[in-house]
Design a protein around this ligand. Structure first.
Ligand SMILES: [Zn+2]
Length: 234
């Protein structure tokens, strides 16, 4: 008698792309050269950034998150901020969501199933091995939360208390999102990846897109480049 052991792996994508995802992808700047269909891509959602204070004591203003979501459209998903690579996926769509009093930037990202490593990426994400994210962006001014001045010229230090008030700084004048990365540890608490299912979280009413501020772009030669992953202690 022949016996056979069947070892199964969870290869099937638990959620597929939706028609609206395809529409959003095909209206990106530099859209796909060929029309993609729902069964040709994987889609996941990413809690990429929030308006909470991160481990460097920096913080996005809540009202800037819709602008940030605009800037992330079409940006690449890299692994570990490795800018020598071309990325493994691409951001599109998404929304700002309110979760436990924190407003989150939650874009979606897609990658083609036809890529030879597509299944590896999906398995590592869905199994929870790749589970934190980090946004890389360019901004102009670190604004002190205590005095409202440029942190570089005031007397306050981020992370210290002044009259029981923690000093942090705002990332003001965000000009560009260069990429978002899968990282071993994000600097912003609570980042992560989710299936492409309808979110339980509601769109954040505080960040109605109609109120999106247009950030003036000037002093291009004086900006900061930041990516929000944990730095190795040095
Ligand atoms: Zn200050």
């Amino acid at each position: 008698m022949l016996s056979q052991t069947l070892v199964g792996t969870l290869l099937r994508d638990p959620c597929t792309a939706e028609r609206a995802d395809l529409e959003a992808i095909h209206t990106l700047p530099n859209p796909p050269l060929v029309k993609l269909s729902e069964d040709e891509i994987h889609v996941r959602r990413c809690r990429l950034a929030s308006d909470a204070i991160d481990s460097r004591f920096g913080r996005f203003r809540t009202e800037d998150l819709p602008r940030l979501l605009e800037l992330v459209q079409g940006a690449p998903v890299l692994v570990g901020h490795d800018r020598r690579t071309l990325g493994v996926a691409r951001f599109f769509g998404g929304q700002i969501e309110l979760r436990d009093e924190v407003s989150w930037l939650v874009p979606k990202f897609y990658w083609p199933r036809a890529h030879s490593k597509a299944q590896d990426l999906r398995v590592m994400i869905d199994s929870g091995v790749y589970n934190e994210a980090s946004i890389a962006f360019v901004y102009k001014t670190p604004t002190c939360s205590i005095c409202g001045q440029d942190l570089r010229s005031c007397a306050h230090w981020p992370g210290r208390d002044y009259d029981n008030q923690l000093c942090f700084f705002y990332y003001d004048g965000v000009e560009r999102v260069t990429e978002g990365s899968l990282v071993y540890r994000g600097a912003a608490p609570g980042t992560g990846i989710e299936l492409n299912l309808e979110s339980n979280a509601k769109p954040d009413p505080k960040t109605d897109h109609s109120n999106t501020r247009t950030l003036r772009i000037k002093h291009r030669n004086r900006h900061f480049i930041a990516d929000l992953h944990e730095q190795d202690p040095s």
